[in-house]
Design a protein. Structure first.
Length: 494
């Protein structure tokens, strides 16, 4: 078989593998009830914003959330390109979770294909195929691929931005400049922490093509990215100033920055390493990193990606070292793929190493994928889902509701403001309203919101009613649903 035919066979194998993986994702991984899925609160917020674009007004520059109280619900958040794409489909097919799940799957599959093609050009098709197997079986990829969150789109833009920048360094044409600038800007708009890509690009340029840093073009490209992302973030902050709602991007909300105590804790750093491997670089990527380091063959691309990843992970240390920030590790599958492809190319230089390496990687990929799918399918139902359904049986869509969240308003471990606004009860019941944190006791907050038009109160278990709140509810509300997951009260409006 000629070299060209062998390369074509590997490319066909890559396509077939991606398609088979997509089928597995849809059949075994996809969650029918997104509020019970991994990071279900985040999926509910994303789908709710898409639903508002589709059925209220299509204004991606002014996204709306369901925990809007009695206002319009405009919120400070990242650029909502992903929900806007979902909304286009929702206008055609109606309210469904399928468009978002398919969009995520398409983004991840395309990112994997782009990365395979780039690695094949640098390390050969067999090594790139080994890397593809490693990337597709990383837990972060398996979990996010049918999850309604913007990170798959950010991953696609990140992958394209890095690959296009590598191509630009090889041959700095204007068209390649435009591609990496546009892709990097989209990544930063969708998820500002992916601007670590700009740092990786700078470090790689300094290592491989320092002469380009003496020209204005890469600097103009990075300046354009920062200008676009910065302008949108300032616009988003204006929404917070006007309406008071935020996801904690620039204003209000929680802080993702580390504390001195956390940075001094070895346990926190071990947690960060564990999450970085499991949800980002992957176990094969970590093994490849050790192999390449031992042989002193780590590439400039891998070093640049690793340095940028470390900087990003430390900046968002509060999230990246715990379960609430697993999506922050997703862009680092590009680093894992690069490491695996490079290590595989060195191993494949040995005679008769191809079949054992591919077979071992494929077996590991099947096991890792199965473990990730099993973990997701074992997630328990969330109380907010059951309470949302119970509320929907009594409250008409659009009714104003107060929900007592399980999350506190101030994180007791980090001592910082916490994003406690869980949207799932609103999303399931199609109601709007307010969220009270679990550390705001007493009846006064609820009484004030009842005076503003709240008609129902949802108390999520296992939180108990304090004496003041229980006494107020006894004289101002009636229980309409009592479940193991909590209770729904109809406020009398008196």
């Amino acid at each position: 078989m000629t070299a060209a035919r062998r390369a074509r066979a590997w490319r066909l194998a890559a396509v077939a593998t991606i398609l088979a993986w997509c089928v597995v994702e849809l059949v075994a991984r996809r969650a029918a009830v997104i509020t019970d899925d991994w990071h279900g609160w985040r999926q509910a917020d994303t789908q709710a914003i898409a639903r508002s674009f589709a059925f209220e007004d299509f204004a991606p520059w002014s996204p709306r959330i369901d925990w809007r109280g009695d206002g319009p619900g405009h919120v400070e958040t990242e650029a909502q390109l992903y929900p806007a794409l979902i909304a286009v489909a929702l206008r055609v097919v109606g309210d469904s979770v399928w468009p978002g799940q398919l969009l995520s799957l398409a983004c991840v599959a395309l990112a994997a294909a782009i990365l395979f093609a780039a690695l094949a050009r640098r390390f050969g098709e067999p090594a790139a195929y080994v890397a593809l197997l490693a990337v597709l079986s990383t837990k972060g990829v398996v979990v996010i691929a049918t999850s309604i969150q913007p990170d798959p789109l950010a991953l696609l833009a990140f992958t394209l931005g890095f690959v296009a920048f590598c191509d630009y360094l090889d041959d700095p044409r204007p068209r390649r400049l435009l591609v990496w600038v546009a892709a990097t800007a989209v990544a930063g708009l969708v998820k500002p922490t992916t601007l670590e890509l700009g740092l990786a690009q700078f470090l790689l340029c300094a290592a491989r093509r320092r002469d380009l840093l003496r020209t204005p073009w890469p600097w103009l490209g990075w300046a354009a990215v920062l200008a676009v992302v910065g302008a949108y973030l300032l616009h988003a902050r204006a929404l917070y100033v006007a309406y008071g709602n935020t996801f904690g991007v620039l204003s209000g909300g929680d802080s993702k920055l580390p504390t001195a105590a956390a940075l001094a804790s070895p346990g926190r750093w071990l947690d960060l390493l564990r999450f970085a491997i499991v949800w980002g670089v992957g176990f094969p990527g970590a093994l490849a990193a050790g192999y390449l380091a031992a042989r002193r063959r780590v590439s400039a691309e891998a070093l640049a990606l690793a340095a940028a990843a470390l900087a990003s992970l430390v900046v968002a240390f509060r999230y990246t070292s715990g379960t609430f920030g697993t999506h922050y590790h997703l862009p680092h599958v590009v680093l894992g793929g690069w490491l695996v492809a490079h290590a595989a190319s060195l191993v494949l230089a040995r005679p008769r190493a191809l079949r054992p390496l591919v077979a071992a990687t494929a077996a590991a990929a099947v096991v890792l994928t199965a473990l990730a799918v099993r973990a997701m399918r074992a997630l328990p139902p969330e109380p907010e889902t059951a309470l949302g359904r119970a509320l929907a049986a009594h409250a008409a869509p659009g009714t104003l509701v107060v929900v007592r969240a399980r999350a506190p308003g101030v994180d007791p471990e980090w001592g910082t403001v916490n994003n406690f606004q869980d949207p799932r009860v609103f999303y399931v019941s199609r109601t709007y309203g307010w969220v009270l944190p679990n550390d705001a006791p007493g009846a006064a907050p609820l009484a004030a919101l009842a005076a503003r038009g709240a008609r129902y109160y949802v108390h999520v278990a296992p939180l108990s009613l304090d004496a003041d709140l229980a006494a107020w509810l006894a004289t101002h509300a009636d229980v309409v649903a009592a479940l193991p997951e909590g209770a729904v009260y109809r406020l009398r409006g008196d």
